[in-house]
Ligand binder design. Structure first.
Ligand code: TXA
Ligand code: MG
Length: 359
């Protein structure tokens, strides 16, 4: 008998991630069985929750796009349990790819290779001749992939245009009634999606920044290129998904490039125009801000704590009774690059500086 409560057709399985041999528990076995039968299942990874389907089954993969409302020209990442499966899926594991696998897999990184023809549903790769492969390290993701035994295509388990989910609750808020089930393994750790790296050439190219940083990659392979589109809006991004304006909160978000005093000056300026202001800020800056609503997101001293709670904070901001949201910029070093990449998208690139303050 499998314990799980069913709401409007979506089963929620709550699992204890500390159990040994999780892949043999009835909850994981049932979820894996649904995956193999062509259903879509949401599951936790160490980055964000994913919405998985058998990557070799077009009918199943189609359900991912339908549930998310995702554009079909945006390819999906394929998840596997073991690097040994790689050779059945890709044409060639390049030398840089091999180095990155050895250094970071399993972990929060997706590696792009030339795909083997005839393995994946065409919907997974959106017509490209490459495929992104990820080996997650989360015990639930690993158990599910091991129990299912098939490569699993999984984008983040949010409705398109919402922040990626970092808890089962976020997934239920977006997709309850639209998918077969959700495995609840608690909050995800890193909180931002994996670093996406093109490994088809001699030098790896970062297409999406994540918790595995450019410096960490450089340390392993000696050289790394960051897709110029990540810095310059006029460049066309090489990861199709990066062109969409994801992660948009319901209230317009403005980033402030400066101190918390400058941010407070903008709060005051907007208030003079009759606006209600919400501020997303760190524990250290909380006491320095006077606004209509404040959401506290991690500690300034630990950028990974900000990455961990960024999406939850953006989701919380949607229910605030405010007109405008403000947040300070973060230093663009280490995981700060990924944080600022997501924040800039959420803000539609609106960044205020001292020069924008009315005299
Ligand atoms: O952490 C993650 O990566 C999560 C978890 C669930 O694994 N997944 C995730 O998937 O963030 P998604 O679909 O939200 O983002 C996939 C990104 C998109 O920007 C997509 O365009 C890019 O990876 N991508 C996938 N396959 C690609 C390919 N063959 N070439 C270039 N970009 C690719
Ligand atoms: Mg996504």
């Amino acid at each position: 008998m499998v314990e799980g409560c069913e709401l409007m057709g979506t089963t929620l399985w709550i699992v204890d991630i500390n159990v040994d041999e999780l892949w043999e528990t009835p909850e994981i076995k049932q979820a894996a069985d649904y995956l193999c039968k062509g259903e879509v299942i949401a599951f936790p990874t160490e980055t964000v929750y994913g919405l998985g389907a058998n990557a070799t089954d077009s009918q199943a993969v189609k359900k991912i796009f339908e549930a998310k409302g995702r554009p079909s020209d945006n390819p999906l990442i394929v998840h596997i349990a073991d690097p040994k499966q790689m050779k059945e899926l890709v044409d060639e594991v390049t030398p840089v790819g091999q180095q990155l696998i050895e250094a970071f897999c399993p972990g929060p990184i997706s590696l792009i290779f030339k795909k083997k023809e005839g393995v994946f549903s065409e919907l997974v790769t959106a017509g490209l001749d490459t495929v992104a492969i990820r080996i997650p390290e989360h015990p639930v993701a690993f158990a599910l992939l091991r129990a299912a035994g098939v490569p699993v295509a999984a984008p983040s388990a949010n409705r398109s245009g919402k922040p990626s989910p970092t808890s089962a609750e976020h997934v239920m808020d977006d997709l309850n009634g639209f998918i077969k089930g959700v495995i609840d393994g608690g909050e995800t750790g890193y909180g931002l999606e994996s670093t996406v790296v093109d490994c088809t050439g001699e030098v790896p190219v970062i297409l999406r920044p994540g918790s595995i940083t450019a410096d960490a990659i450089k340390e392993v392979v000696g050289e790394v290129i960051v897709d110029p589109a990540l810095k310059d809006e006029k460049e066309a991004p090489r990861a199709p998904g990066m062109k969409y304006r994801h992660y948009a909160p319901d209230h317009p978000l403005y980033l402030v490039d400066g101190t918390s005093e400058l941010l407070q000056s903008f709060v005051n300026q907007f208030k003079r125009d009759g606006k209600r202001i919400g501020v997303i800020t760190t524990r250290e800056n909380q006491a320095k801000i006077d606004a209509d609503a404040i959401i506290v997101m991690g500690s300034q001293a630990d950028l990974s704590s900000i990455a961990h709670s960024l999406y939850d904070s953006l989701r919380k901001s949607d229910v605030l009774d405010v007109d405008i949201l403000l947040s300070l910029c973060f230093p663009e070093e280490g995981v700060g690059q990924a944080i600022m990449n997501r924040l800039r998208k959420a803000a539609g690139n609106r960044v205020l500086t001292q020069a924008d303050l009315a005299k």
